[in-house]
Design a protein around this ligand. Sequence first.
Ligand SMILES: [Zn+2]
Length: 456
Amino acid sequence: MPGYYQIMDYAKSVKNMLAKDTKGNSLPIKKINDNTWEISDVKNKTFLVNYSIQTEKQFVANSYVDSTHAYIIPENTFLYEEESINTPISIKLIFNEKWKNVATGLEPVPGNSQKFTASDFDILYDCPILIGNLEELSSFNVKGIKHQFIGYNLGNFDREFFMTNLKKIVESSIDIIGDIPYKNYSFIGIGPGRGGIEHLNNTTISFDGTQLTTPEAIDKMMNFIAHEYFHHFNVKRIRPFELGPFDYDNGNRTNLLWISEGLTVYYEYLIVKRAGLLDAQTLLSHFEQNLNAYENNPGRFHQSLKQASYHTWSDGPFGTKGNEPGKSISYYNKGPIVGLLLDFEIRNATQNKKSLDDVMRLLYWNYYKEKQRGFTEAEFQQSCEQVAGISLDEIFEYVYTTKELNYKKYLAYAGLIIDKQTIVSNDNTKKQKLMISRIKNLNPLQLAILNSWLGE
Ligand SMILES: [Zn+2]
């Protein structure tokens, strides 16, 4: 599943596969590998395939059906004919008549609430489908484009406050790139649980409004949603070369997930801060969490950010499940820190005239809009250097190697300092505790960098 960098083996849940011709005669069908079935003598003839999908686990990357709702992951559900992956598709949903609505990013067929179309299988697979008695919160427009939040079992919470904040997050994200590339956008809440997955014009997120009772829980949720939303730019459109077209048999490996995931974490913090939903101290505390997780992981001497990106398919999304624990890192921790150093370096080198935001815009316009492809590893560094006007070899050593990060140098550009304490716990294990704070007297450039970075 694009956006979920693990082999899911959806074919395992396909049961009772049967094929028939138009007269109802059974056709021989044979499974030829883990996820392919072959039907003989049907070339250029119409035929019907019938099969069931067994669903077991409620999870954002799995289809799940029960008596109250259905969450359908299209790549978990719809087979494609090998040579026809680029052909248009129409689907018809037939479901429990007590269920009222369907939430999906698919194109609805006018006048028929059960029929949808997609221009090809990649678009179909990019649009999960949620069916049930769903609740749609009051939608908002940004520059005339409709954004809706719709979901199942949303829970008790202040809906108006939530949607006001969500609108600010969408606006603050769009301000970074300066363009809205979709006709409408849906946030689809699939019920309580964990995780979210990004798509071109929608995101499916685990959501439980009942938990939104403390400022910390609200902050966590808004960061999570900002992350999934910003992905429609960073990874769906601003993307590594290898992440398209998607290989549904093998997955697509890339050295650049630290950009797609790590820099999305970096931007989720900034988006929520610039939306006015976070104070500067809490923003810095988010970076401290990543710093402490990274500095206390012995894996940092063994695995570079580039390697962590490539090996996520075997190491697991957080770099902890691999064959050798303590030998891997998480790009969710080191990615945003390198993003921070890179951003400050660009700002300092250009007298704060340019920033990482300019790099994201350059990638969007140059590769997504103009060249209509992803960027390579070399092209990413070139784009950063084009914006910075200087060589960034030193920063990119933090990506390609396990070299220790020089926080002091780069944080100073924005008038920030880092303090380090060693904490010895009862069982005599030592932990590093790193804290970021602001210095008192900033020079004009430091002040300009800090304020514009914070959006103040
Ligand atoms: Zn992500």
